[in-house]
Design a protein around this ligand. Structure first.
Ligand SMILES: Cc1cc2nc3c(=O)[nH]c(=O)nc-3n(C[C@H](O)[C@H](O)[C@H](O)COP(=O)(O)O)c2cc1C
Length: 169
């Protein structure tokens, strides 16, 4: 077992130790989309968390180095597309900077005018109004109030130990 101790106030563990721990935290894979200018933007996101059920509030963490960051932050809303098992190629597409993301997959306009595109492949969807943006370390945390949802049975695509894993149906 390895461990890292930093008792002194103000110090923290190294980023690679942080990432080594986080890689064993299983996460559902989503594609977060928004209406950008000149066109829609979307990125693969596993840092999605439910914050509150009443009112329904979620958050997503967006890396500051992403090419789509400014448009995701500027948009008045966003959509969380929950990917099902078998959607690895879509997850990789939306994790590829500069790819023709919306020319490759099928999608619809959201029900909520200010939200982002809804991917046909998503088995569940949250359409959100952005209510807060917080700069935190090397990420921005974007909070959304869920205005519309698509709820369907399905098995989520899960990312664990730096790879996609199959869950039993
Ligand atoms: C499984 C998986 C999970 C990811 N989770 C996040 C995440 O939570 N937040 C984030 O900013 N990027 C995440 N990424 C990386 C972005 O999807 C990637 O940097 C993407 O290229 C950003 O698109 P952009 O360059 O157009 O902004 C993830 C990638 C993968 C493959």
């Amino acid at each position: 077992m390895t461990s890292e101790t930093n008792a002194a106030a103000g110090e923290s563990i190294a980023p690679d130790i942080f990432k080594a721990v986080m890689q064993s935290v299983a996460a559902s894979v989503t594609v977060v989309t928004a209406k950008g200018d000149p066109g829609p933007v979307g990125i693969t996101v596993s840092a999605f968390t439910a914050v509150s059920a009443d009112p329904p509030i979620v958050l997503v963490c967006i890396d500051k180095s992403g090419a789509s960051l400014a448009e995701l932050l500027d948009a008045p809303g966003f959509t969380v597309n929950f990917l099902p098992q078998g959607s690895e190629s879509t997850a990789l597409l939306f994790a590829t900077r500069g790819a023709d993301k919306f020319g490759t997959v099928e999608w619809d306009e959201p029900e909520v005018e200010i939200a982002g595109p809804v991917l046909h492949e998503a088995f569940q969807v949250f359409e959100c109004e952005t209510i807060e943006r917080t700069e935190m370390g090397d990420h921005w945390v974007v909070y959304g109030k869920v205005v519309e949802a698509v709820v369907r049975a399905g098995t989520p695509l899960v990312y664990l130990n730096r790879k996609f894993v199959e869950l039993p149906e």
